[in-house]
Design a protein around this ligand. Structure first.
Ligand code: HEC
Length: 143
């Protein structure tokens, strides 16, 4: 009986050591797998980070042209309709309801708006002036 107990204890101890060592091996293997994965990721991030300052310089001008893409129908025409067509609605030159006439006289319109000579008797916000100016400067497109 005692011998069996000793053998049993030895077996249990031995197998628990095996299990423990196996668990350690698994953990070590997992760690070893994770490390090489995270290791190349870090230098991979460092390289773009180093390039970003250089990339920010060309990225910075990009947001600038985007606001200059101004829609005539969505942005400019509502300003003319609210502030100009009461006088320039067909009886007085230029007819600011007509895109062809607006395009043909865009230089004069730009000058009148930027210098705040127009709208006569009223005023435009700086934003509205900038919208008209930038739309004309980008070609006065019927967009
Ligand atoms: C209250 C009436 C009135 C409003 C509103 C008005 N105008 Fe005028 N506009 C005039 C009169 C009057 C003239 C002609 C006399 C003058 O040039 O001052 C004129 C002339 C012009 C001319 C021709 C200038 C030239 O050299 O022949 C342009 C371009 C013009 N307006 C653009 C605009 C624009 C753009 C708006 C809106 C942002 C506007 N106007 C709003 C009354 C108005």
């Amino acid at each position: 009986m005692k011998i069996k107990n000793i053998i049993g204890l030895c077996f249990l101890t031995f197998s628990s050591i095996l299990i423990f060592s196996c668990e350690n091996n698994v953990e070590e293997d997992t760690t070893a797998i994770v490390d090489p994965i995270s290791a190349p990721t870090d230098p991979g991030n460092e390289i773009p980070d180093g390039e970003n300052p250089d990339g920010e310089t060309p990225d910075t001008p990009d947001p600038t042209p985007e606001p200059t893409v101004i829609s005539f129908s969505a942005d400019v025409k509502p300003i003319f309709d609210r502030n100009c067509t009461g006088c320039h609605g067909g009886n007085r030159f230029p007819d600011l309801r007509n895109i062809n006439i607006i395009q043909a006289n865009s230089g004069t319109i730009r000058n009148q708006v930027v210098t705040r000579r127009m709208p006569q008797g009223g005023s435009l916000s700086n934003e509205a002036i900038a919208i008209i100016r930038d739309w004309i400067d980008s070609g006065a497109l019927n967009n």
